[in-house]
Design a protein around this ligand. Structure first.
Ligand SMILES: NC(=O)c1ccc[n+]([C@@H]2O[C@H](COP(=O)([O-])OP(=O)(O)OC[C@H]3O[C@@H](n4cnc5c(N)ncnc54)[C@H](O)[C@@H]3O)[C@@H](O)[C@H]2O)c1
Length: 279
């Protein structure tokens, strides 16, 4: 696996017009892959393709709305036609909310919208690409973007965290199913910590475009506890592409951009185990 070569590989990345997806697109292209750069913002996707071409790489842009299964199926059709094969699919498009809100100040629209993009966006990608990828020879890989919010509970961020937990569950089960069936097919969950992207602003813009709800009357969450954890130290997105490619080469199930919150994970693990008190 360590010698996995991305020269001429076919790579598809959603939400690749900005931030973490852009970092992955540029890095895959540097490795020699041909990249289909997909984003709801087609102009932003094309700008990333311009950057890929300026660094001597090859790519194509496509507008896609990951909440729409037909749109993602059309992306898959174009991907297999343009690239010939899809070696790596990165289901990365995602949205959040600003300001954070308590569950008691959240609306059904908040939960539905974040679930549609963050979870069903991944479901649509998996269902549209997986059968044709499984039929190919050689190593295949899906990278699903979750969040460190699922490893470290963040008050004020419930709809987002819940949608990302669904991504974790889908990815973990899919990986085991592929292992059980002898597929040469890895599934990596990407857990970004705090990465300095435009996610707050892009989320507001996409939400206005997709729904008739907005956050203008949001009641901000009153943060009580400290969030001074290593994974909340901001990092630029530039290195995330490299981290993802190394994780694919090692066939790692998890790729974390910041130090894992070991104490919190340990405490949760112990509480789960102690949850059974016998009968
Ligand atoms: N930035 C962070 O601190 C952070 C932390 C944890 C997880 N993440 C996750 O990383 C991923 C990338 O986020 P980012 O920080 O690079 O944000 P970003 O806003 O810079 O990039 C996200 C891209 O997704 C696109 N997008 C939004 N809705 C879409 C839709 N319906 N269909 C297709 N494209 C759509 C946006 O246009 C944008 O270009 C997201 O899944 C996000 O939840 C980010």
């Amino acid at each position: 696996m360590a010698d996995l070569d991305f020269t001429d590989a076919g790579v598809v990345i959603t939400g690749a017009g900005s931030g973490i997806g852009r970092s992955m697109a540029l890095e895959f292209a540097r490795q020699g892959a041909r990249v289909l750069v997909a984003d709801i913002n087609g102009d932003a996707a094309q700008k990333v393709v311009d950057e890929i071409e300026a660094q001597g790489g090859t790519g194509r842009s496509r507008a896609v709305d990951v909440t729409d299964s037909d749109s993602v199926s059309a992306l898959a059709d174009e991907a297999f036609e343009y690239l010939g094969r899809v070696d790596v699919l990165c289901n990365n498009a995602g949205v959040t909310w600003r300001p954070f809100r308590a569950v008691w100040n959240a609306t059904l629209a908040d939960f539905r919208w974040m679930t549609e993009v963050n979870y069903f966006g991944v479901v649509h990608g998996v269902l549209a690409f997986l059968p044709r990828m499984r039929a190919q020879a050689g190593h295949k890989h899906i990278v699903n973007t979750s969040s460190l919010a699922t490893l470290s509970t963040t008050p004020g961020h419930a709809p987002y965290t819940a949608s990302k937990h669904a991504v974790d569950g889908l990815s973990d089960v899919l990986r085991e199913e592929l292992i059980d069936h002898g597929d040469d097919f890895g599934v990596t969950v990407l857990y970004p910590g705090l990465i300095t992207t435009n996610i707050g602003e892009t989320s507001k813009a996409v939400r206005r475009q997709q729904t008739d709800t907005d956050l203008s009357d949001a009641i901000a969450y009153e943060q009580i506890r400290s969030f001074d954890y290593p994974h909340n130290q901001p990092k630029p997105p530039d290195n995330v592409g490299k981290q993802v490619i190394e994780a694919i080469r090692r066939n790692d199930p998890y790729c974390i951009t910041h130090p894992a919150p070991a104490d919190q994970l340990e405490e949760r693990k112990n509480l789960w185990i102690r949850g059974y008190r016998g009968h």
